[in-house]
Each structure stands twice: as structure tokens, then as C-alpha cells.
Design a binder for this molecule. Sequence first.
Ligand code: MG
Length: 372
Amino acid sequence: MRLKAVRLDEVELPLIEPFETSFGIENRRRFLLVRVESWDGVEGWGECAAAVDPLYSSESVATARWILAERLIPLALRLPAASPESFGRAAERFRGNRMAKAALETALHDNRARREGRSLSRRLGGRRPRVRVGVSVGIQPTVAKLVRRVGRYLDAGYERVKLKVRPGWDSLPVAAVRREYPDLDLWVDANQAYPPSAAGLIRAWAEKFSVAQVEQPFPERSVLAHAALAEGANFRVCLDESVVDAASLEDALLSRAVTSLNVKVARVGGLGPGLSLAGEAARADVPSWVGGMLESGVGRAHNVALASTRPFVLSADLSASDRYYREDLTDPPFVLGRGSTLEVPRGPGTGVEVVERVLRKYRRSSRTFRAG
Ligand SMILES: [Mg+2]
């Protein structure tokens, strides 16, 4: 079915607490939301995870707004049958800009599942009623504060913790958390902060403190450095930023640089690409899991649907709504349940509804595009 209109909103949601990674500190999240409407009046929502500054990837709110407004939305409005697949194929001629593409692709997935009266999870082939999740803990001002923070998340019911690390904030905090919680499933993520020459030191503290998984320690292009770290390691080497498409995954698999794959809907351009990359990894016996970009309830709902599908066997970085935002854009909220899980919504589409009152409160701008 053709699209009747697409709305592009810019939103700024305050975070409950600042989130610090090796890239910097975030106090609030500014992002774009896409709302598509087909001719039968059914809506569909997608979120663009690009941040104000191009730190995680080369995309930003400004570049995503430009390509969405000037190229991708007009393209989607012209499609005789707007589906996630037809949009994905048509958008291929524009290089990169995967976060912007993902915003529209996911909105089209939501729209189609709603029109069919099916949950997005089922539409993607998902069978799990609940998905296992963990919590990602940012860099803290002191080690003592970090240990207390981890303790609070464990008390809340999270069973897996990922620590953000960087040079100068690694072996000491990791040792302290391990000492306090000897049985914890402990992962770390460096967001590319180390040079390949640091491999020996990383291996030493990761093995000493039984870290289960080391994520993206080296720059995104340094695939062979990750392969060297993975060789003989007793922890998984996870790639995040390095894998953006089928070709980069193939290189990583062939060079054995990846023993765990973080799939972010935003980074790979949508749910379709995410499913296919995870399937490819699974065929090479590499487990996948769904990563997060501090999404609001809109993006989180897409992530939860993806995590309910078969190739995603490790716990996702998808915490409950109250981990990030005092007031989220969607209802009902995601609540942490038994066994460190989130329930997969069963209603049509993502199964969550955008609360327009909350959206209007935090919206900075809004523009509607109509089919000609
Ligand atoms: Mg990461």
C-alpha cells in the first residue's frame, strides 16, 4: 500500500542520569522520530538513533534530518507499494546513512504488522514470549560509586552487566566489580578506545577477572587487531561498530575477528538487515545479541521484537523504560520481569503506543510530508 504522509519530529528527552562512555557524557537525548501513515489511516513509528554529534558513527541528527527530508521520505512517498523491503532496495542507491534509513524501515515494519493485525515479533518470526536482557553501566566518577551502582541493578533484577571501559578506567573498576560479585555475568565495551597495541593488557585483565565478553576495543576498521585478540582468548570478542553490512560481517567472520555479534538496528539500517546479519553469523556459529542506543520506547520496542527471533541467543542491552527516562514516549512501559527479562508485546505492530501528550511536551520541531 502507498503511504499517504510521513511526519518527522525532533524530540529531546531528559535522561534520568548522565550516561558516560569513552565518547563522552550524555545528559539528554535528542533524536528524530518518523511516523508513517498509509492510505488506510494506519500508522507506523520508527526512531533514528543518530545523536547530536557524530561520535558513535558518522551520522548525526542534522545529517539524518537532511537525508530523510530531502531524499528518503520523498522516496518512500513515491513507492507504489511501500514495504520495508521495497524501501530498503530503493534506498540502496544512497550510500551509508543507515541510522536514517533504519528510522523509515522500522516505521514501515510497524505499519505493515499493524495493518495485518499481527505483532511485529511474530511478523519477524519471533517465538520467544520474553527476551533476556542485561544492563549497560556507563563510566562512573569513582570505583566505589560504580560498585554501588552495579549492586543497585542486581537488586533490581538484572543478571548481566556490561561496563563501559576506556584506557585508565578498566582493570581497577573491573577488578572491584568482580571482587564484589564473583558469579556475575560480566561484559565490557570500549567503543574503539584502545590502540591495537593494547591487546596484551586487555587480555591480561579480561582473563584475570573472568570477563565473559570484550566488545569493540579497537577502531572500527581494525578487524585484524580484533582477530589477534580473539585467537586463543577465553572470552568472546564482540564486534559492534566494525560490522555495518554483509561485506564487513563476512570479512570479520573469515578473519575470525568476531566471536559475538552486537546487532544494532540503527547501525545496520533496519530490522531486515539486522535479522539477515544475525542469521549469517549464526551459520558460522557466532552468537548474536541486540544492542541499544539509549532508544526511547519507540526504538526499544523494535529492538525487543528483533531480540525475540531465533538467532539472538545472548542477552540484549535493552533495559526497562525506567533505566533511562522518567517519562517515556510510549505506553505501556517495558518493565523488568523474572529472570532478567522483558516481555515481548503481543499487540499489533510494536505493541506499544506513542503518547502524543508526552511527545508534544518534548518535541522541538515537526514537519509533515504528504504524497503528491
Ligand atoms: Mg558497543
